[in-house]
Design a protein around this ligand. Structure first.
Ligand SMILES: Cc1ncc(COP(=O)(O)O)c(C=O)c1O
Length: 387
């Protein structure tokens, strides 16, 4: 069968090899500890589950408006007003089946073949594939020399007349970096000077720790509102990954086109999941804050433990739920080989940095119990000492 060039061009996820191997070893009865998940281990809040059950009982089981139910758009609008002081009417909001399709649809709206889109590496690999699927070119701007935060110098080296936009992700997956106001102001200036659009992916915005503070780019640069699409959703903040609800806020003409694309792709997001999200946004604030506190304790634990391993280097993450570890000073500087051997020899699954445009690193999620963190890092230490 002839496959499309598009299909041939899609790179398989670098995490797949590790995930498949982990499964195989587990099936053989090995005590696998996995730190590869990109999702909170907590269950969804009571308020979300109750709202979903009520919706089913009411018979909310039909197609909804393609762009989402008005109740959820109002909840999102209210949330953005309260949390960031931003005014978005419901006509500038769309609800999607998770943030992933929302990013895909938005890129389909914004990217023409050959357009260059800046990504700040380490970056989430789906951005790259989604830009490719739109015919664009992902341009990786390095940040590992600057505490995983973009600098103007690095951007200048990579920007060309073909650059049309950038994707910003703060708090960041995989590094846990949280961009400060100065950085966001600089990025806004670049967008203004060069006429670029910005997709601002703030899906981890509720997960910041210590002194760190998440800033919405429109709070430091309100004048770029007409070129920014805010991407968010319930997956991470409300521990609702399985419900598949994302939302975008942006200029009406972009949102309308995203709506058009969605109408031919998924249609509306699940009606029940939309009602669950209304329940979460309106009724789960206390859960969000309590769980954030739990993640902060785990962050401190894993950071302390990994910092104690000599040849590994780690920067304290300020947000999300990952640590990004530099393994280049160990005898196995190749991250894929490192992860494969760590899995085979010590039964610990982590994700190679290559999956995030950052070879030589590995990502470990701490969305798991403290006992697993202690045991996992202990195995990591034994592995490194054995090299
Ligand atoms: C940076 C980032 N953006 C977006 C998403 C998509 O989230 P979802 O599709 O679950 O809403 C993820 C999930 O891992 C992510 O890490």
């Amino acid at each position: 069968m002839k496959l499309s060039q598009r299909a041939k061009n899609i790179a398989p996820s670098a995490t797949l090899t590790i995930a498949a191997k982990a499964k195989e070893l587990k099936a053989q009865g090995n005590p696998i500890l996995s730190f590869s998940a990109g999702e909170p281990d907590f269950t969804s809040p009571r308020a979300a589950c109750d709202a979903a059950i009520e919706a089913i009982k009411r018979g909310e089981t039909h197609y909804t408006a393609n762009s989402g139910i008005i109740e959820l758009k109002k909840a999102v609008s209210g949330y953005y007003k309260t949390r960031f002081g931003l005014d978005y009417p419901t006509s500038e909001i769309i609800v999607t089946s998770g943030a992933k399709p929302l990013l895909y649809e938005t890129l389909q709206v914004l990217v023409d073949p050959g357009d260059e889109v800046l990504l700040f590496a380490p970056a989430w690999v789906s951005y790259v594939e989604q830009i490719n699927l739109a015919g664009g070119l992902a341009v990786s701007v390095g940040t590992s020399g600057s505490a995983f935060v973009p600098t103007r110098d690095e951007i200048e080296k990579n920007i060309t007349s073909g650059t049309t936009g950038m994707i910003i992700n703060t708090p960041n997956n995989p590094t846990g970096a949280v961009y400060d106001e100065r950085t966001l102001r600089m990025l806004a200036n670049v967008a203004l000077e060069r006429g670029l659009w910005i997709i601002f992916d703030e899906i981890y915005e509720r997960l910041v720790y210590g002194e760190a503070k998440h800033t919405n780019i429109l709070n430091v640069a309100p004048e770029i509102r007409d070129r920014v699409i805010l991407a968010n959703g319930v997956s991470k903040a409300y521990c609702m990954t399985g419900w598949r609800i994302g939302y975008a806020l942006g200029p009406r003409e972009v949102i309308m086109k995203v709506d058009d694309i969605q109408s031919h792709l998924t249609s509306n997001a699940s009606s029940i999941a939309q009602w669950a999200s209304v329940g979460a946004i309106n009724g789960a604030e206390a859960d969000v804050e309590r769980r954030r506190g739990e993640f902060e304790k785990r962050r401190d634990l894993i950071y302390g433990l990994v910092s104690g391993i000599d040849s590994l280097h780690i920067q304290k993450p300020e947000g999300a739920f990952y640590v990004f570890i530099d393994v280049r000073d160990t005898p196995i500087s190749d991250d894929i080989e490192f992860c494969q051997r760590l899995l085979e020899e010590r039964h610990v699954a982590v994700v190679p940095g290559a999956a995030f445009l950052a070879p030589g690193f590995l990502r470990m999620s701490y969305a798991c119990s403290e006992a697993d963190i202690r045991e996992g890092v202990s195995r990591l230490r034994v592995f490194v000492d054995s090299l």
